[in-house]
Design a protein around this ligand. Structure first.
Ligand code: PMV
Length: 365
């Protein structure tokens, strides 16, 4: 099969080869990626839990173009409605991939995408959406290349490529490709780790972390005042950047050890330190900014008090936004859910909470 000329294949096979659907989850970084260089290359390694209930489902439909040319013919639908703003973003991404996927200019494409969480929930959807699109593109490539290609769906090379492509769309998306946990960024002592793509970390992780919960408490649903792209950029002039990157490495090594042996307390401490470091970095830019809201801090204060009094293993993390991620092992689910519902939910916008947990990664539909 000539991948540069998929038209041939379609004339043979047009009916059953027109759609590819992937459902991809979001992820929450425990060691944060904040600061980049080159084309979405990280300044420090990061590690995340892959989630389950917060996901994007993307359908990539394709048919041969009447007359192939150098342009990409795309229609983009978000939640059933044609969306020109999202389309422009996706086109920019796809044009950057034409050398990698020459078939992009030979097909008419339609992308239908929707999230499991409300768009207005203030949850970044770039990780799950770019991961879902990357999986669709790699599946399409694999289909066009046929059975003899090493890029068979689900193979190690396929996953690595999907992770790399997702990274080009949104750095953190490269970690959403794998179940349970993924590491992105070169780190001494972690074989195969790379700045180009994430690698799976499931098999090294103690069982207690594989059923961890991550409930997302919506402190504010508003649009972020500073995008993560701008935030990464501001790190270039942050006076604490270099020590921060070194700190992330040291914390990674300590966290990896805690994850292996099932040390929840060390995990929790590093997790919270990282969340606060991320937001402290934002506040040490000049001019400074903060994405935290009064209710974020209120909930952190209450959570800390609850942990001190009850000795429950419950910790928080934060993404680049005001919403609080509450992390805890499955063994205390009942108690912590009760606590969240009674004591934290009143501080959430419209009492909105997304109950989530560590998940099995992307799923082809
Ligand atoms: O993938 P981006 O460019 O949206 O950056 C994400 C950065 C954080 O979510 C704050 C941290 C991370 O590692 O996911």
């Amino acid at each position: 099969m000539n991948i540069e000329n998929p038209t041939l294949m379609f004339s043979e096979n047009i009916d059953n080869a027109q759609k590819i659907t992937w459902k991809c989850p979001s992820n929450i970084a425990i060691i944060k990626y904040w600061g980049k260089h080159g084309i979405q290359l990280p300044r420090n390694p990061s590690i995340s839990f892959t989630l389950e209930n917060a996901f994007t489902e993307t359908i990539l439909s394709y048919k041969p173009k009447e007359k192939p040319d150098n342009t990409i013919d795309l229609a983009f639908y978000f939640e059933g409605v044609e969306n020109e703003t999202f389309k422009a973003k996706q086109l920019k991404f796809l044009y950057g991939l034409v050398q990698e996927f020459p078939f992009l200019t030979h097909l008419s494409l339609r992308i239908d995408s929707h999230n499991s969480f409300p768009h207005s929930a203030g949850i970044a959807s770039s990780a799950s959406s770019m991961a879902a699109l990357a999986m669709c593109l790699c599946s399409l490539e694999s289909r066009l290349l046929g059975k003899d290609s090493p890029l068979q769906e689900g193979s190690d090379v396929f996953m690595q490529k999907a992770s790399r492509i997702a990274r080009l769309g949104s750095g953190s998306a490269c970690r959403s490709i794998y179940p349970i946990m993924a590491i992105w960024g070169k780190l001494e002592g972690i074989e195969g780790s790379s700045d180009d793509y994430a690698i799976p970390f499931e098999h090294e992780v103690h069982d207690v972390f594989k059923s961890f919960h991550d409930d997302i408490l919506i402190a504010s649903r508003g649009e972020k005042s500073v995008s993560s792209r701008m935030g990464h950029g501001l790190m270039d002039n942050n006076p604490f950047a270099e020590p921060r990157y070194a700190q992330a490495r040291t914390r990674m090594t300590a966290l990896v050890e805690a994850l292996k042996v099932g040390d929840i307390e060390t995990f929790g401490q590093i997790c919270e330190d990282e969340a606060m470091t991320l937001h402290a970095l934002m506040m040490t830019n000049s001019p400074w900014f903060t994405l935290l809201k009064p209710n974020t801090l209120k909930m952190i204060e209450i959570l800390r008090g609850y942990r001190e009094t009850t000795k429950m293993p419950v910790y928080f993390s934060l993404d680049a936004g005001p919403n609080l991620h509450v992390l805890y092992p499955n063994s205390v689910e009942k108690e912590v859910r009760g606590f969240i519902n009674d004591e934290l939910k009143p501080y959430c916008e419209n009492e909105q909470v997304i109950f989530d947990n560590v998940g099995r990664g992307p799923k082809k539909i």
